[in-house]
Design a protein around this ligand. Structure first.
Ligand code: HDE
Length: 717
C-alpha cells in the first residue's frame, strides 16, 4: 500500500476518539430539526432577548419564558451521593454460561446463553463528584441486572472486604474519611489525621487498609480491575436448599495498576482518566468484559473456616473454595445522558430476585435499611424507581400512590389489596416459585449488641494478603503507608498505625516506621502470624496468588495506548511495522511532537501528529516508541519535554522501544546502561529486523510494567 494511503488510513483510524465524537455529533445533526419550545411545548420566538419595557427598560414579570428558563437552571443540581459520588457508567448485558439450577432458582441463571440487560456504575468512595479519577481509593462496582423477575442490584466494590464490621460504624468511618468538617480538606484522600485516627483505633479495618494501600486502589482502568459483592450472600434453589455465596467479577483484561506518582500526575493532567478510558473503549467497540464467578459454601460447612463467614472484613481464600464461573458481563453501550443515567441510577442491596437472599452480615443488614432513605433525599421523592434508568423491564404492579414526581399514570379507583373492583388480587398466595419468598430461618436468640467471636481476629487475613503480594507490590504498599502517614500531623496516630501493622508483619511495620520518626513497633506482636487459621487453629492458607496483581499471566495489549515521539526527519520504516502490529492487537498509537499538525518524514512525506508532549505527558500512555531518523532524534534530544517524557516512562517501568538512532535519546536522558534493562526494546530500522522488533515490543507491552528496573529512585523524573 502506498505510504500516503497508509498515512490517511492511520489518520482516519488513529484518532478513534475524535472519530467517535464526530460520528456522535453527525447523528445529532441528522436528527430532524426541532423548533425550540418551552417545556410545555409553546414555540419560542426569541431565545436571545428578555421581554422589557422599551429597549433600555426593566425586564417584565410577565416573561414566563425567561422565568421558566431560570427556574429550571437554578434547580439543575441534585445532592451528590453521600459516598461514591464520582462515578462513570455504561450499559451492557450479562450472559449466563453455566446453569445454576442446583444452587439458585434465580431465573436469569438457569439457561446457558440467556442474556439479561445490565447497567453498571463504577465510582470512587471518598471523592466528591468533581474530584479526580485516579486518586488512591476503593472503587465502587455496582451492577443493576434488569431480569425478567425484577431488578437485582449487586452493589459491590473492587476489593473483597470492607473497613468496618457493623453498620453502626459506617457513618463514623465515612466522617473520618471525608474532608475534615472544620476546613473541608482534604478532597478525595485518606491521607489525613481523622482517617488514620479512626482506623488505628478500629483494628478490624486493618485488612481493608492493606487493600487500600495496595495496587488495587490505583487501577489503570475500570476495565482492568476485579469486582466483589463483599458480603456473604445466600443463594437458594427451587427445593429451598441454601448455599452461602461470595460474588466475584474477574476482569478479562486482568488486574493492572498505576504507580502512586503516576496517578497523582494524571489527576492533574486528565482528572477524567478512568471515565474517559471506559467511554473510549466502548466507543471503539473494545467492550469491557468480566466473568461472574461464585464461591459457593454449603451452609453446614461454613463453621470450619475459623472466622465468621458473616464478617465483611474477611474473604474466603480461593484455595479453600475455588470460584465457579457462571456467566460474563459485557459493556457495549455508553450513556447518552450522564445525569439521567449515571446520576439518577438508584442502586440498592435490597433489590433482590427470588433465589438470592441476604445473610445476617451486620453491615449488609444495615445497608438494607439505609439505601432507600438516600435515594429519596437525592432524587427528591419516593418515585425514583419510575425513572427510566431504574425501571424494571418486567411489568410492575405495586399499589403505591402519589408522592413527588409520580411518573406512572394510574388507572381506575383501586390502589389497595385485596380488592374485587380491580380484577382481584395480584399477589401470589400459592407458595409457587413466582414471587420472592425469604427462607424460613428459625430465629430465637436473646437481644444483644455483641458480635460473634468469629469476628475477633483482625490480622490473620491482613497477613495473608501481605504474604500474597509480589516483591514490587510489597514495596508499593510500604511506600503508600509512608506517604499517607507523612501527611498525618499527630505523632501518636502514626505510632498506633505502625503498632497495628506489627500484628500483620513485623518487617512491614518496621519499614513503614523507618522514615516516620516513630518508635519501632514491638517485634513480638507479630509472632506466629502467617496466613490465617482454621477452626482447629491450624494455619490453613499461607498465601493466595489471587490477592495480588503481579503474578498474573500477560493477557495481550488490547486498548493500550502507545506514544510515538516524532520530529521533522523521522524515519518511519520500522515504525510502520510497529503501528500495524499495534493496530492488529487492538491497541492504538498516538503520535506526539512539539506541535500539532504534521511533520515531514526522512523521505519527504507528511506524517500527521495527534498531540503535543506538553498536553499529553507520558503518564497518559502505557508504552513509548522513539523512532529513528538523525534529524528527528537530534530535535527530540534538544527538547526537555521529550527527554522528560522518556525519563518518566522509564521511571514508571513502562516499555520503551528505541528504533535506529532513537537510542541516542536514551543516552541523552542519562540512561546509558538501560539497553539491557527489562522492558527496553532496542531495534534496527532495516526491513529484516522490523517484524521481530514489532513482536518483541508487543510482548513487552503485554507485561504491563517491568518492576525490576534497577535504581529507579535515582531517575530525575
Ligand atoms: Fe453503600 N451507600 N453503604 N456500601 N454503596 C451508598 O447510596 C451505605 C457499603 C456502595 O453507584 C449510598 O445512593 C451504608 C459497603 C456503592 O450509585 C448510601 C452502609 C459497600 C455505592 C450508602 C454501606 C458499599 C453505595 C450513597 C453500611 C461495598 C454506590 C448514595 C451499612 C460493598 C452505588 C446512595 C452507585 C451507595 C450507604 C456499606 C458500596 C449512603 C449505610 C460495605 C458501590 O445510601
Amino acid at each position: 500500500m502506498p505510504q500516503s494511503k497508509q498515512e490517511s488510513l492511520r489518520r482516519a483510524k488513529g484518532n478513534e476518539t475524535a472519530l467517535a465524537k464526530q460520528k456522535q455529533l453527525e447523528a445529532f445533526t441528522h436528527e430532524p430539526h426541532n423548533a425550540l419550545t418551552t417545556a410545555g411545548g409553546i414555540g419560542v420566538a426569541d431565545n436571545h432577548n428578555s421581554l422589557r419595557a422599551g429597549p433600555r427598560g426593566p425586564l417584565l414579570a410577565e416573561d414566563f419564558i425567561l422565568r421558566e428558563k431560570l427556574v429550571r437552571f437554578e434547580h439543575e443540581r441534585i445532592p451528590e451521593r453521600v459516598v461514591w459520588a464520582r462515578g462513570a457508567a455504561a450499559h451492557g448485558y450479562f450472559e449466563c454460561t453455566k446453569p445454576m439450577v442446583d444452587s439458585t432458582r434465580a431465573a436469569f441463571l438457569q439457561e446457558p446463553g440467556a442474556r439479561t440487560p445490565v447497567f453498571v456504575r463504577f465510582s470512587q468512595l471518598a471523592g466528591s463528584q468533581g474530584s479526580a479519577d485516579t486518586v488512591r481509593d476503593v472503587r465502587g462496582f455496582a451492577v443493576k441486572f434488569y431480569t425478567g423477575e425484577g431488578n437485582w442490584d449487586l452493589v459491590g466494590a473492587n476489593i473483597p472486604v470492607f473497613f468496618v464490621q457493623d453498620a453502626m460504624k459506617f457513618p463514623d468511618f465515612v466522617h473520618a474519611l471525608k474532608p475534615e468538617p472544620h476546613d473541608g480538606m482534604p478532597q478525595a484522600s485518606s491521607a489525613h489525621d481523622t482517617f488514620w485516627d479512626f482506623t488505628s483505633l478500629v483494628p478490624e479495618s486493618t485488612h481493608a487498609l492493606m487493600w487500600l494501600m495496595s495496587d488495587h486502589a490505583l487501577p489503570r482502568s475500570y476495565r482492568m480491575m476485579d469486582g466483589f459483592g463483599v458480603h456473604t450472600w445466600r443463594v437458594v434453589n427451587a427445593r429451598g436448599v441454601a448455599h452461602y455465596v461470595k460474588f466475584h467479577w474477574k476482569a478479562k483484561l486482568g488486574r493492572h495498576a498505576l504507580l502512586t506518582t503516576e496517578a497523582q500526575r494524571i489527576a492533574g493532567c486528565d482528572p477524567d482518566f478512568l471515565r474517559r478510558d471506559l467511554r473510549d473503549a466502548i466507543a471503539q467497540q473494545c467492550w469491557p468484559e468480566w466473568e461472574l464467578a461464585l464461591q459457593l459454601v454449603p451452609e453446614q460447612k461454613a463453621a470450619a473456616f475459623g472466622f465468621d463467614i458473616l464478617d465483611p472484613t474477611k474473604l474466603i481464600p480461593e484455595e479453600l473454595v475455588p470460584p465457579v464461573v457462571v456467566g460474563r458481563l459485557v459493556l457495549n453501550r455508553n450513556c447518552e445522558d450522564f445525569f439521567a443515567e449515571c446520576e439518577q441510577a438508584a442502586f440498592h442491596p435490597g433489590h433482590l430476585v427470588p433465589g438470592i437472599e441476604f445473610t445476617n452480615d451486620p453491615l449488609l443488614q444495615g445497608r438494607v435499611q439505609s439505601y432507600t432513605g438516600s435515594q429519596v433525599a437525592r432524587l427528591g421523592g419516593p418515585n425514583f424507581g419510575d425513572l427510566p434508568i431504574n425501571r424494571p423491564v418486567c411489568p410492575a404492579h405495586a399499589f403505591h400512590q402519589g408522592g413527588a414526581h409520580r411518573m406512572a399514570i394510574g388507572k381506575g379507583p383501586v390502589s389497595y389489596e385485596p380488592n374485587t373492583l380491580g380484577n382481584g388480587s395480584e399477589f401470589r398466595v400459592d407458595g409457587g416459585c413466582a414471587g420472592f419468598q425469604s427462607s424460613t430461618d428459625a430465629i430465637e436468640s436473646p437481644k444483644t449488641r455483641r458480635r460473634s467471636d468469629g469476628f475477633d481476629d483482625h490480622f490473620s487475613q491482613a497477613a495473608l494478603f501481605w504474604n500474597s503480594q509480589g516483591p514490587a507490590e510489597k514495596e508499593h504498599i510500604v511506600s503508600a503507608f509512608q506517604r499517607e502517614l507523612w501527611r498525618v500531623q499527630v505523632p501518636a496516630i502514626r505510632q498506633r498505625v505502625v503498632d497495628n501493622l506489627a500484628h500483620v508483619d513485623s518487617r512491614l511495620a518496621r519499614r513503614v516506621a523507618e522514615p516516620l520518626g516513630t518508635a519501632a513497633p514491638d517485634a513480638k506482636a507479630a509472632a506466629g502470624r502467617a496466613g490465617f487459621r482454621d477452626a482447629r487453629g491450624k494455619s490453613a492458607v499461607e498465601s493466595s496468588p489471587a490477592l495480588g496483581t503481579e503474578a498474573q499471566p500477560a493477557r495481550g495489549i488490547a486498548t493500550r495506548r502507545i506514544a510515538v515521539l516524532v520530529a521533522p526527519g523521522v524515519e518511519v520504516g520500522a515504525l510502520r511495522a510497529i503501528q500495524q502490529a499495534v493496530q492488529e492487537a487492538q491497541a492504538s498509537c498516538v503520535l506526539l511532537a512539539d506541535r500539532v499538525g504534521s511533520v515531514a518524514t526522512a523521505n519527504g512525506q507528511q506524517l500527521a501528529v495527534d498531540h503535543t508532549f506538553c498536553t499529553m505527558p507520558s503518564v497518559l500512555f502505557d508504552a513509548v516508541v522513539v523512532p529513528g531518523g538523525t534529524a528527528s532524534v537530534q530535535a527530540l534530544a534538544q527538547n526537555g519535554q521529550a527527554v522528560h517524557f522518556v525519563l518518566e516512562a522509564y521511571r514508571h517501568c513502562k516499555t520503551i522501544c528505541f528504533i535506529g538512532e532513537g537510542v541516542q535519546l536514551l543516552e541523552r536522558a542519562g540512561l546509558h546502561d538501560a539497553a539491557e534493562t527489562p522492558g527496553i526494546v532496542v531495534g534496527r530500522n532495516e526491513p529484516p529486523a522490523r517484524a521481530q522488533l514489532a513482536l518483541d515490543f508487543i510482548a513487552a507491552v503485554a507485561c504491563h510494567r517491568h518492576w525490576t528496573r534497577p535504581n529507579l529512585d535515582t531517575i530525575a523524573a
